[in-house]
Design a protein around this ligand. Structure first.
Ligand code: PLP
Length: 398
């Protein structure tokens, strides 16, 4: 009799976005032919930037010729991509990150989920609420929590983001060893200071860095003094360059970030992650890494900036329309999502918009207890669909 990992049974039966997909499919079956506009999961809608398409084509040709064919690539990514990332995303912003501190992967989701393998089973973890569900669920799977009670897992320190505090969570009490963060903000220095004082590690998921326009908001946690000792940063090409279906991301682990064994000896996390990836991961395809590297050319940076500006334009339209309807919103500036305070049960509001407007949003409760009363609206869609969705939402709420 093979025994299962029983920690999986503590999880809610399905992943949030699978739940939403199921409700939308049921609605579609019941109302065939009714058009649905998705402002939910946050998949991009605009095609790949032309520089990336050209790079993919050229690389495909190389793969088709004996002289330029490539088999397995280097474990942690091709030097051309790691060097471009270190130069453009870090050194140009005065962050001392070296190419060999950058690990290429096929997604921020996997990296956010896999990184917890480096830490002890009983390491105390702080996670924002609401949050990207991957941070929480992967720690549950790893056995780092007790059972769920009323939407909370025993053993997790929840960092509450509520309207009362401008949606910015406060610092955890000492004793937390690992903190997940993903909202870019002005308070990063206090978090780095906390991590240094408590020998904690910050896992900084910067998947939406491309949308930052406020010059006061750091683009990387390594812009903060001391972060090289306490922070791991995860970034993705998914939203930067429309790679959700192409798959490329990276994790930065400076050689100076350490964790401790039971005897108190320091171990660089860089070496542990390097070992983990070499054992369990065989790299991202050569054409995809070439396409990602094209993002760092002058033309690539122009094209990807225009792409982010387009989605930010959608976000502005959504924000103005909802505010006009009397629905207070946070976000949508320096970020492609809006957090709408709908003042009622978030799944009920989800059902109302689906039923009356044929518009899909994400119920805030799916991101944690503090998400209740809110929905997340994504700016990833065509301008035409956003305009149509806003008209339908106005009619549904009239
Ligand atoms: N991190 C956050 C906060 C996200 O919202 C998402 C995707 O929606 C990801 C990571 C996943 O990125 P990737 O497509 O690189 O796996």
């Amino acid at each position: 009799m093979i025994r299962i990992n029983e920690h999986f049974t503590k999880l809610k039966s399905s992943y949030l976005f699978a739940d939403i997909a199921r409700r939308v499919a049921a609605y579609q079956d019941a109302h065939p032919g009714r058009s649905i506009i998705r402002l939910g999961i946050g998949d991009v809608t605009e095609p790949l930037p032309p520089v990336c398409v050209d790079a993919l084509r050229t690389a495909a040709d190389e793969m088709g010729r004996r002289e330029t064919f490539k088999g397995y690539g280097p474990d942690h990514g091709y030097a051309f991509l790691r060097e471009a990332i270190a130069r453009v995303d870090y050194q140009a912003r005065a962050c001392a990150i070296e190419p060999d501190e950058v690990f290429i992967s096929d997604g921020a989701k996997c990296d956010c989920g896999n990184i917890q393998e480096l830490f002890a089973r009983d390491a105390c973890v702080a996670i924002p609420d609401p949050v990207y569900p991957v941070y929480l669920d992967t720690n549950v799977m790893a056995g780092r929590t007790g059972p769920e009670r009323a939407g909370r897992y025993d053993g997790i320190v929840y960092l509450e983001s509520t309207p009362a505090h401008g949606y910015v969570p406060g610092l955890p009490a000492p004793a937390v060893e690992r903190i997940y963060r993903w909202v870019p903000n002005h308070q990063l220095a206090t978090w780095v200071d906390y991590a240094k004082r408590n020998r904690a590690i910050i896992i900084f998921d910067s998947a939406y860095e491309t949308f930052i326009r406020d010059p006061q908001i750091p683009h990387s946690i390594y812009e903060i003094d001391g972060a090289r000792d306490v922070a791991i940063e995860i970034r993705s090409f998914s939203k930067t360059a429309g790679f959700t279906g192409t798959r490329c991301a990276y994790t930065v682990i400076p050689r100076t970030v350490v964790g401790y064994d039971a005897a108190g000896n320091a171990h660089p996390l860089h070496a542990l992650w390097s070992r983990r990836q070499a054992t369990k991961f065989n790299g991202v395809s050569y054409p995809v890494q070439r396409a990602a590297a094209a993002v760092f050319t002058d033309e690539g940076r122009r094209q990807t900036r225009a792409l982010a500006d387009f989605y930010l334009g959608n976000a502005r339209l959504i924000r103005d329309a909802l505010t006009g309807l009397g629905v207070p919103c946070a976000g949508g500036e320096n970020a492609p999502y809006l957090w709408a305070n709908v003042g009622r049960d978030s799944w009920a509001f989800f059902d109302l918009l689906l039923d009356k407007a044929g518009v899909v949003v994400t119920p805030g409760a799916g991101f944690g207890r503090c998400g209740e009363g809110h929905v997340r609206i994504s700016a990833f869609n065509s301008r035409e669909n956003v305009a149509a969705a806003l008209e339908r939402i106005a009619a549904a709420l009239a």
